[in-house]
Design a protein around this ligand. Structure first.
Ligand code: SF4
Length: 438
C-alpha cells in the first residue's frame, strides 16, 4: 500500500472547466504513449481517446485535403481526425482535437493552423483544436495545474519504459506473440493505474512503481532465448514517423523479423529537449531571473526526479542500453551540427546516432517522412558520422504512404550491419541478457 494513514482522493475538473463534458481526441502517434496520455485526461475527469487506427481511409481523406507540400504526419493526422468528424452521431461542439505545436526550423508549427483550415473548409468550425506549445515544454495544457503536467510526464516515461521492454524482449521470444501480449497487458495495467490513481503525487508514484514492477515480471515470464546473435540497430528520425507503425509500415517489426534488435529514441528525450530550449530562449530574451524561468527549472527538475525514480527500477534490465542525458546528446552532435546554431530533431538525430555508435550499435536507421527537412539535413551529414565511427552503416528510410520493396531494402541493409558487427571497434555490453540466459 502506498502510505499509512493516507486516504486516496482523485480530484476532477469542475463542470466549469472548458473541457468538461467534451471528448478530446489525441493523435495516435506512439502505441502506448497515447493511451497513457488519454488515461491521464480521464483521471482528471475528461473523456479522452486516441484517434482511431489509421488505415486506407486515413490516406484517402488526408490526401483529399493535402497537395503534397505538407508533411506526411500532417496528412495522417488530418485523415484520422476527419474520420472522427464523419462518424455517425458526431457532435462538433463537444469535440476537441489535440494538435501540439512548436516554433522552429521546420513545418511542424503549421500542423495546427492547417488542421483548423481543413475543419473550416469542412464546415466543422465548432470543433476546438487544442495546441499546447513546445515553447513551454507542452505544459500550457488548457489551464491544467501542475498535477496534470506531472502525471502526463510520468505516463509518457512509463510508456517509454514499456516500449523499451518490448523491443528488448520481442526479438528473442521463443513463443511468438508472447512479448506483444506482455506489452498489451502492461499497457492496460498502466492506463488503469493512472486513471484510478490518487491526486497525491507521492501516492501516484508508488502505484506507478508497483505497476512497472508487475510489467517487469510479465516480460521476465516471456519465454526467450537471448543468444546475442542479432545485430543491434539504433532507430532515430522524425518523432511521428519513427513511432507511428502505420506511417513507417511497421519498420521496426520488419527489422526484427529479418533478424535485428532495435534500440529506439524515446518520446521523453524530446520533452527534455524542449525544456532545455525553453530555458535557453528565456535567457536569450533577458529573462534569466523571471518567474517563468523559475517555473521552467522547477518543472525540469521534478520531471528529472520522477524519471529517475521510474527508470531506476530497470537498471539491471537496461544495462548496456542506458539513455543519454540531453546535454550528452547535444555534445556528441557538436562536430556535425553544433547546437544552438542548428536545432531541433536533426541535432538530436546526429547526437543520438553518435551515442548509439559509441555504445556498440551495429547500424543506424533514420525513419523520416518523405521530404522531411530534418531527415534531409541529417542524411547529408551521416556520411561524416559514418566515417568517424569506422564505417557504421546508416540508412535513411523515407515514408509517404506509398508501397515500396521494404523487405528487400531491409535485407540488404542488415547484411551491411552484420559485416560491420564483425569489425567494429565499439563493444556493446549487455549484462542483463547474459544473466537471464544463464
Ligand atoms: S520534422 Fe519533418 S515531417 Fe516533421 S514537421 Fe518538420 S519537416 Fe515535417
Amino acid at each position: 500500500m502506498p502510505f499509512h494513514k493516507h486516504r486516496c482522493v482523485t480530484r476532477k475538473v469542475g463542470a466549469d472547466h472548458p473541457l468538461a463534458g467534451k471528448t478530446v481526441y489525441i493523435p495516435a502517434m506512439a502505441e502506448g504513449s497515447v493511451e497513457a496520455l488519454c488515461a491521464v485526461l480521464r483521471w482528471m475527469g475528461i473523456e479522452a481517446h486516441p484517434t482511431p487506427r489509421s488505415d486506407a481511409r486515413t490516406l484517402e481523406l488526408g490526401g483529399k485535403h493535402t497537395n503534397g507540400d505538407e508533411c506526411f504526419p500532417a496528412k495522417i493526422t488530418t485523415g484520422d481526425f476527419l474520420k472522427i468528424a464523419q462518424q455517425p452521431g458526431f457532435d462538433a461542439r463537444r469535440t476537441v482535437f489535440l494538435m501540439v505545436t512548436a516554433d522552429g526550423p521546420c513545418r511542424f508549427g503549421q500542423y495546427a493552423p492547417f488542421l483548423r483550415k481543413v475543419l473550416r473548409d469542412q464546415s466543422c468550425c465548432d470543433i476546438q483544436v487544442l495546441s499546447p506549445h513546445g515553447e513551454h515544454g507542452y505544459s500550457d495544457f488548457q489551464d491544467f495545474d501542475t498535477a496534470f503536467v506531472r502525471a502526463a510526464w510520468r505516463a509518457l516515461v512509463s510508456a517509454d519504459i514499456l516500449r523499451k521492454l518490448l523491443l528488448h524482449t520481442r526479438p528473442y521470444e521463443t513463443q511468438p506473440g508472447a512479448a506483444d501480449r506482455a506489452f498489451r497487458d502492461s499497457l492496460d495495467d498502466l492506463c488503469q493505474t493512472l486513471e484510478g490513481s490518487c491526486s497525491d503525487s507521492r501516492c501516484q508514484l508508488c502505484l506507478l512503481t508497483s505497476m512497472l514492477l508487475r510489467a517487469r515480471a510479465r516480460f521476465h515470464a516471456v519465454p526467450a532465448r537471448f543468444d546475442g546473435s542479432r545485430p543491434l540497430i539504433g532507430i532515430v528520425g522524425e518523432i511521428f514517423c519513427r513511432l507511428n507503425n502505420f506511417s513507417n509500415q511497421n519498420l521496426v517489426r520488419r527489422l526484427e523479423e529479418q533478424g535485428a534488435e532495435c534500440w529506439m529514441s524515446d518520446i521523453s528525450e524530446w520533452i527534455a529537449y524542449t525544456n532545455m530550449e525553453e530555458m535557453r530562449n528565456l535567457r536569450l530574451a533577458g529573462r534569466t531571473y523571471s518567474w517563468q524561468m523559475i517555473k521552467s527549472k522547477l518543472r525540469s527538475r521534478i520531471q528529472h526526479a520522477d524519471e529517475h525514480a521510474l527508470r531506476s527500477l530497470f537498471v539491471e534490465n537496461f544495462a548496456g542500453y542506458e539513455e543519454p542525458g540531453i546535454e550528452e546528446v547535444l555534445e556528441l552532435a557538436q562536430p556535425y551540427l553544433p547546437f544552438p546554431g542548428a536545432e531541433g530533431e536533426m541535432v538530436m538525430n546526429l547526437g543520438r546516432s553518435a551515442y548509439l555508435a559509441r555504445h556498440g550499435a551495429d547500424g543506424i536507421v533514420d525513419i523520416s517522412p518523405f521530404t522531411c527537412m530534418n531527415g534531409v539535413v541529417s542524411e547529408a551529414i551521416y556520411p561524416k558520422l559514418c566515417r568517424d565511427f569506422a564505417g557504421i552503416p546508416i540508412r535513411n528510410f523515407y515514408f509517404d504512404g506509398q508501397q515500396s520493396d521494404l523487405g528487400r531494402d531491409i535485407g540488404i541493409y542488415l547484411e551491411l550491419a552484420r559485416s560491420y558487427r564483425e569489425k567494429k571497434p565499439y563493444e556493446h555490453f549487455c549484462r542483463s541478457r547474459i544473466s537471464r540466459q544463464g
